[in-house]
Design a protein around this ligand. Structure first.
Ligand SMILES: C[S@@+](CC[C@H](N)C(=O)[O-])C[C@H]1O[C@@H](n2cnc3c(N)ncnc32)[C@H](O)[C@@H]1O
Length: 173
């Protein structure tokens, strides 16, 4: 069972990664969605301004079985010129299987409140708890495979390795 974990630069924000070796301009989300469709399930991070466009690409490609989750950020990037801060982000999840309470480490919610990470040296590095929450929502189990499509700092793959080797981790934090 294979899950694609897609954490691309959000539409219109690719320039933030101009200096990165894997930078290749704006990510073509139509192509990305076609790629996601080849997996059993997937996780797709995006931004609230891009949500309508991304959902219409998913619908246009005929993908179903997905659900929109909310990562709420009590600490986010607050900017003087943005009077209403962008302090949550949508994550769209197509589970690899129906998550069960027995397989999950707790009854997951469709939202998580977790501050953004600092000090990881990359805009958008994902906190462990965000990844662990989404693995539960995606119905993942330790024997599955995860493809980290936009690795950045490698935080998603590291969180996945910790989660699959210590199944009680999420409940313990
Ligand atoms: C949001 S970050 C991923 C963060 C990662 N999940 C983490 O936790 O560290 C997006 C990554 O995609 C890379 N990237 C930028 N433009 C890209 C492109 N057109 N195609 C593929 N990757 C790209 C960026 O350099 C960055 O490493």
């Amino acid at each position: 069972v294979r899950l694609a974990y897609a954490d691309p630069p959000y539409p219109g924000c690719a320039h933030l990664y101009r200096d990165h070796p894997d930078y290749a301009g704006e990510v073509d989300h139509v192509e990305l969605v076609e790629r996601l469709a080849t997996y059993d399930g997937w996780v797709l991070h995006t931004s609230s301004p891009a949500l309508a466009a991304v959902l219409s690409i998913l619908t246009g490609a005929g993908l179903d079985g997905w659900r929109v989750f909310a990562w709420v950020k009590p600490f986010a990037a607050f900017k003087r010129n943005v009077p209403v801060a962008h302090a949550w982000e949508p994550v769209i999840v197509r589970p690899v299987r129906t998550p069960t309470v027995a397989a999950a480490h707790e009854v997951s919610r469709d939202w998580l409140s977790e501050p953004i990470t600092l000090r990881r040296g990359l805009t958008g590095a994902k906190p462990d708890r965000v990844v662990w929450w989404l693995l539960d929502c995606a119905g993942m189990t330790a024997g599955d495979e995860l493809a980290d499509l936009y690795p950045g700092t490698g935080a998603v793959t590291r969180a996945w390795e910790r989660w699959r080797s210590t199944p009680t981790l999420w409940a313990a934090t």
